[in-house]
Design a binder for this molecule. Structure first.
Ligand SMILES: [Zn+2]
Length: 211
């Protein structure tokens, strides 16, 4: 860590400290980090404090929904609590931002399940690193009857890892007598779901096919 010329000995320049912290975020290079740090410095102090508080409390205030594993402020998220959603269909996505993309498209009225990743053996990410056990629990019979789930739609991105994850889930779920489908690759091959526009997502969901 280098010191600013006029900083006291041993102290880190505050602007440089903030810049370095911001530069650790994805998609933020050194120049963007410096620009953000300067922008925060130029805002009023209450904003800077509110930003710091929001960042500082995020770990304590956001958890995983005990049903679908999506991020939630409550033990059970609003999507799982919504009685108007269709219980017979579960759409499996890799990340919370993919769920947000589907919700924005508003083409889907069933339930969701968030894996928090995709299978990636080269990166050491196996089935145990994903929320697959929580998914299986949702498919088990419950008191008073069988699970209402009839179809699991695998909506991972159409790339190598997304395809491997879909095949793994199909092998796991088909023997349970469920219909397992995969969204159509209307999303550009190798593309990321979260960046797909709503028309593309709606079509990809509509044109899903059995695995
Ligand atoms: Zn949930």
């Amino acid at each position: 860590v280098t010191q600013a010329r006029d900083a006291p000995a041993g102290a880190v320049d505050p602007l440089q400290r903030l810049t370095k912290l911001l530069a650790r975020l994805p998609g933020i290079g050194d120049k963007s980090a410096m620009r953000l740090a300067l922008a925060i410095l130029r805002t009023d102090a209450p904003y800077a404090l509110a930003l710091a508080e929001a960042i500082g409390s995020i770990h304590a205030s956001v958890r995983e929904c005990s049903v679908c594993c999506d991020l939630s402020a409550d033990p059970v998220c609003p999507r799982c609590q919504d009685p108007r959603r269709d219980d017979t269909t579960v759409c499996v996505v890799a990340q919370p931002q993919d769920r947000i993309a589907f919700d924005r498209a508003a083409a889907y009225r069933g339930r969701y399940h968030v894996l928090h990743g995709v299978l990636d053996p080269l990166a050491g990410i196996g089935p145990n690193a994903l929320r697959i056990e929580a998914l299986l629990r949702r498919l088990e019979p419950r008191e008073g009857g069988p699970s209402p789930v009839r179809e699991v739609i695998v909506a991972t991105s159409p790339n190598v890892e997304g395809d491997a994850t879909a095949l793994y889930l199909a092998r796991l779920l088909l023997p349970l007598g469920l219909s397992v489908t995969r969204i159509a690759s209307g999303v550009a091959v190798g593309g990321e779901l979260e960046y797909a526009d709503t028309t593309t997502l709606t079509r990809a969901l509509h044109d899903r096919r059995p695995l």
